[in-house]
Design a protein around this ligand. Structure first.
Ligand code: 7RM
Length: 641
C-alpha cells in the first residue's frame, strides 16, 4: 500500500511539523497528562478563575476536569477575539440555499448573541435550565446556541430532519422550558416547514413556556398566544449587551441525543471547560488552522460534528467558518465546489457518504470550478473506502492536500484519532494514530492490547478533557454501557484493527447501531417505530452495505393477521418511518414474512437477517434458532425503494 507523505511546503508551515514533533507531543501527554492539558488550558483559553485540580477521578467513571475553574464558552469564542483586531474579522460566512449571503464579523456575532441572550433572560431563563433548538442551518442557529451558553442554559439541538415525535421525546426527556425554532428552511428548492412539528410535539409538553420563532422561509405559521413569539419582536425590545455568566468548568454546555442499542436515545452530556480545550487543540493540530484560513465543515449542526467543528471549534480558534443552509446538489451537483471557489475555502471537511455521492455525479462538476484554494481536506462519520479516498485526494485535493480521516463520536466530543496533516504519512482508509493525550487502543475481550496486525475492540484507556460526563437522567446506563465490559476502560462500540506500523483502522460498529449517511440509528428505535404501525405485528431491522449511504436500512416485517402485505403497505411503512423518525431513516428494503428468526430466549437473530440480505442464504451457526423453517420462508416478498 502506498504511503502519502505531506509536501515539504505543507510540513514547513504546519502547526505540528513532522512526525518527531507529533511524537514529542504524544509522549509528553502520555507521561504527564495533567501537566500537559493544564499548560494548554492556560495558553489557549481564558478563565475567570483558575482551577484547583486538573482532573478529579474520585467518582470514576464520572470524571471532572479543571475542577473549581470558572469560565464561559462564549467569552472564549467571542469576547476574547473582540478585544483584538479580530473584532472586524469574519466569524461566519453564510450562504442560504436560494443564494442569499450573510457575513458576520466577530463583533457583529457577539452583538447578536448578547441581544438574544437578553431575550432569554427577559423570559426568565437562567443557568441550569434547558432549551431545545430546532432550526435550519442559518446563522441564528449558532446565535441561539451561543446565547444559551452565555447564560449557562444547557442547549439541545435537534436535527431539523427529525419528526415531531422525535422532537417530543427529546423535549420531555430533558424537561426543556423553551423551544427556539424557525418557520422553516430551504432544502432542494422547497421550504421545509419546522414550526408545525413544534406545534405537534408541544401538544404533549406542558413544560415549554416559550417558543421563539425566527422568520426564515416566510411560510405561514400559527403563533399560539402567550406561548409563541417572533424572534424579531423579542429582539427589538432587548439590550445589546449581556455579560457572560462565570460558570463552573463542569457546567453542562449541551446535551445531544444519539442512538444506542435500545429504543431510547441517549442524551450525551458535555461539560464546558474540558470540551472547549480539546476542541481548540483539534482545530490547531488536525485542521492546522491559520489566522487567514477560510474553513468549511459541510456537516449539519444537528450532529456533533457541527457542534464541535462548525460552531465551537472554529470560533474558539478565531477562525472564519463557512456555513451552508441547503442540499449539496441544489441547484446542481456542483454546489459545494461553487462555494469552495466563491469563498476560496482553504480547509474543507465532509463525510465519506458525501464523497461517494460526488463520485457518482461525475468529475465534470468539480472540474468546472477553481479548487486551488484548498490546502487540507477532512473526512468524518464512517470508514472511508480507499477508492473514495483516492478520488477525494486527486479530484478535489488536486493531489496536493493531505486528508485527515478523523475518528471520533458524539460521546468523545472532539477528534480522538486522526493523522496530523503536516506530520503523518497517510494510508487511505486509516485514521492513523491517536491525538496527543488520547489513550486509544485496540484490545481483546479481556482488555489486553492485540498484537500488531490483529482486530479487536477500540477502547480509550484514560479519561480525556472533552469526554461526555454522563447520560442525561441515566447515570447507570452510562456506567453500564461504556465502562463496565472492561472495568475502568471506555468501550467505544467500534471494531478496529491495528496494523504492523501501528496505524488504526476503524472497521465499524460492533453493536446493533447502523450508520446511514453518517447518521447513527439504532435498530431498536426503528423497530419500535415500525411496530407502532397498526398493520405491523413484528419487525426486525438490519443495516446493509450501501454504495451511497454507507449503510442502508433493511426491514423484515411480519404483518398482522388479515393484513395484505405488498408494495402498498411497504410504501405506507416508509412514509410512517419518515414521519416518526425522519426521512433519512426510511427502509430501503422491506421484506414481509410470517415469522422472524429468534433464539429460544426470544431474541431476534439479526446476524441471520444480515446474512440473508447480503448473501440471500444462511451459512452461519443456527443451532440456537427456535424454528428452522423460518429461514426458507424469509427470502420471499421483498420490496425495493
Ligand atoms: C463524529 C461522529 C460515531 C461513530 C463511530 C464510528 C463512526 C466516525 C469515523 C467512523 C471510521 C471514521 N459521531 N465513525 N468517524 N468510523 N472512521 N473517521 O460521526 O456519534 O455520530 O458517530 O461513527 O462507528 O463510533 S457519531
Amino acid at each position: 500500500m502506498p504511503l502519502y507523505h505531506p509536501s515539504e511546503e505543507f510540513v514547513s508551515q504546519a502547526n505540528v511539523s513532522g512526525m518527531d514533533a507529533y511524537r514529542a507531543l504524544y509522549e509528553r501527554a502520555r507521561d504527564d497528562p495533567e501537566g500537559f492539558w493544564a499548560e494548554l488550558a492556560e495558553e489557549h483559553l481564558d478563565w475567570f478563575k483558575k482551577w484547583d485540580r486538573v482532573l478529579d477521578s474520585s467518582q470514576a467513571p464520572f470524571y471532572k476536569w479543571f475542577v473549581g475553574g470558572r469560565t464561559n464558552m462564549t467569552h472564549n469564542c467571542l469576547d476574547r477575539h473582540c478585544k483584538t483586531w479580530r473584532k472586524n474579522k469574519a466569524a461566519i460566512i453564510w450562504e442560504g440555499e436560494p443564494g442569499d449571503q450573510r457575513m458576520l464579523t466577530y463583533r457583529e456575532l457577539a452583538r447578536l448573541v448578547e441581544r438574544f441572550a437578553n431575550v432569554l433572560k427577559n423570559r426568565g431563563y437562567k443557568a441550569g435550565d434547558r432549551a431545545i433548538i430546532y432550526m435550519p442551518m442559518i446563522p441564528e442557529l449558532p446565535v441561539a446556541m451561543l446565547a444559551c451558553a452565555r447564560l449557562g442554559i444547557t442547549h439541545s439541538v435537534v436535527f431539523g430532519g427529525f419528526s415531531a415525535e422525535a422532537l417530543k421525546t427529546r423535549i420531555l426527556d430533558l424537561d426543556a422550558g423553551a423551544v427556539i425554532t424557525a418557520d422553516g428552511g430551504w432544502r432542494r428548492g422547497k421550504i421545509v416547514p419546522l414550526k408545525p412539528a413544534v406545534d405537534e410535539a408541544l401538544a404533549d409538553c406542558p413544560g415549554v413556556r416559550n417558543v421563539v420563532v425566527y422568520k426564515r422561509a416566510g411560510n405561514e405559521v400559527e403563533l399560539v398566544a402567550g406561548r409563541d413569539h417572533w424572534w424579531h419582536d423579542l429582539n427589538a425590545g432587548a439590550d445589546d449587551s449581556c455579560p457572560a455568566e462565570e460558570l463552573d468548568s463542569e457546567h453542562p454546555l449541551y446535551v445531544l441525543y444519539t442512538s444506542g442499542t435500545t429504543g431510547k436515545p441517549k442524551g450525551i452530556v458535555h461539560a464546558t471547560g474540558g470540551y472547549q480545550l480539546q476542541v481548540s487543540m483539534a482545530m490547531r493540530w488536525v485542521f492546522d488552522i491559520k489566522e487567514e484560513d477560510t474553513y468549511w465543515c459541510a456537516a449539519d449542526i444537528g450532529w456533533v460534528t457541527g457542534h464541535s467543528y462548525i460552531v465551537y471549534g472554529p470560533l474558539l480558534a478565531g477562525a472564519t467558518t463557512v456555513m451552508y443552509e441547503g442540499a449539496p446538489d441544489f441547484p446542481g451537483p456542483d454546489r459545494f465546489w461553487r462555494i469552495v471557489d466563491k469563498y476560496k475555502v482553504n480547509v474543507f471537511y465532509t463525510s465519506p457518504t458525501a464523497v461517494r455521492a460526488f463520485i457518482r455525479s461525475g468529475v465534470e462538476h468539480p472540474e468546472k470550478h477553481d479548487l486551488s484554494s484548498l490546502r487540507l481536506l477532512g473526512s468524518v462519520g464512517e470508514p472511508i473506502n480507499p477508492s473514495a479516498w483516492e478520488w477525494y485526494y486527486n479530484v478535489i485535493g488536486g493531489g496536493r492536500c493531505p486528508i485527515v480521516d478523523t475518528w471520533w463520536q458524539t460521546e468523545t466530543g472532539s477528534i480522538m484519532i486522526s493523522p496530523l496533516p503536516g506530520a503523518t504519512p497517510l494510508k487511505p482508509g486509516s485514521g492513523a494514530f491517536p491525538l496527543p493525550g488520547v489513550a486509544a487502543d485496540v484490545v481483546d475481550g479481556d482488555g489486553a492490547s492485540v498484537a500488531p496486525g490483529s482486530e479487536g475492540y477500540l477502547v480509550v484507556r484514560k479519561p480525556w478533557p472533552s469526554m461526555f460526563r454522563t447520560l442525561w437522567g441515566d447515570p447507570d446506563r452510562f456506567r453500564q454501557t461504556y465502562w463496565s465490559q472492561i472495568p475502568g476502560v471506555y468501550l467505544v462500540g467500534d471494531a478496529a484493527r491495528k496494523d504492523k506500523d501501528g496505524y488504526i483502522w476503524v472497521l465499524g460498529r460492533v453493536d446493533d447501531v447502523m450508520n446511514v449517511s453518517g447518521h447513527r440509528l439504532s435498530t431498536a428505535e426503528l423497530e419500535s417505530s415500525l411496530v407502532r404501525h397498526p398493520s405491523v405485528a413484528e419487525a426486525a431491522v438490519v443495516g446493509i452495505p450501501d454504495e451511497l449511504t454507507g449503510q442502508a436500512v433493511a426491514a423484515f416485517v411480519t404483518p398482522k393477521q388479515g393484513v395484505e402485505a405488498g408494495d402498498d403497505l411497504a410504501a405506507e411503512l416508509r412514509g410512517w418511518v419518515a414521519k416518526e423518525i425522519g426521512k433519512f431513516a426510511r427502509p430501503k428494503q422491506i421484506r414481509f414474512s410470517d415469522a422472524l428468526p429468534k433464539t429460544r430466549s426470544g431474541k431476534i437473530m439479526r446476524r441471520l437477517l444480515r446474512e440473508i440480505v447480503t448473501t440471500q442464504k444462511v451459512s452461519g451457526d443456527i443451532t440456537t434458532l427456535e424454528d428452522l423453517s423460518v429461514i426458507d420462508r424469509l427470502a420471499a416478498g421483498q420490496s425495493e425503494d
